[in-house]
Design a protein around this ligand. Sequence first.
Ligand SMILES: Nc1ncnc2c1ncn2[C@@H]1O[C@H](COP(=O)(O)OP(=O)(O)OP(=O)(O)O)[C@@H](O)[C@H]1O
Length: 260
Amino acid sequence: MTAIGAGRAGPGAAPVLAVADLAKRYGATTAVDGIAFTVGRGEIVGLLGPNGAGKTTTINMILGLLAPSAGSIRIDGVDLARHRSQALARSNFAAVYAALPGNLTVRQNLRWFGMLYEVPDLGRRIEDLLAEFDLVRFADTRCGLLSSGEQTRVGLAKAVLNDPVLLLLDEPTASLDPATAQDLRALIRGIADRGRGGILWTSHNMHEVQAVCDRVLFLAQGRILLEGDPRTLPHQHGADSLDALFIRLARQPLAAEGER
Ligand SMILES: Nc1ncnc2c1ncn2[C@@H]1O[C@H](COP(=O)(O)OP(=O)(O)OP(=O)(O)O)[C@@H](O)[C@H]1O
């Protein structure tokens, strides 16, 4: 079974992700406004927030796709700005909008990415992942012909190919039916539980977040307004549910800052 980051660092080592004073400005627009957080080993952290809060900008900076205006990002203790390739080799990513090339088969896609990541013993690794993600019967099918749920499983298999210490998942269950989404959540939870790596997960589905995440960060207007256990946070802030808390924070972010 896949264990993200297994065998790379011992317990008590650096968090899999440490973000400090991170900011991104576009002229007069501040997309991310000096945020700081960590993701620990075996932990699934939910990054929540209304549209335009700065979630994608944050993820794109952690992926090395966007240069921060200020601040630092350390992946498994490695500074992304100073040791880019070593830091990025420790992470991976899956999102519905980052579909794999549809003209390649599942096995060809995994082989191509595996060669890119220089995965050792690649043939065996691919066969193991095909079995783990229930993809054996689709191995020689072109990805473009697969259903959304099947493509999501291929995307996840690709995302753990290099045994990442940090896994970034941007709305991994968007567009899946409830049963498939539940299976996927269990699979992802299992990845975190078995390994010593961690997961940063964005979602607009509060039910899903409560079911899966160990901790959540509420982002609005580029700032972290609240952080805590998604099961206890609503009551701590006088809300009936995570949905109700989300709506209040999204509508009145300044009031929430006063509660901190
Ligand atoms: N290249 C850019 N130039 C100017 N402004 C930008 C740019 N990219 C993002 N922004 C702005 O930064 C803010 C944060 O955007 P971001 O895409 O990170 O939000 P998000 O939380 O991912 O939202 P959503 O849930 O809608 O995907 C928004 O106000 C957006 O308009």
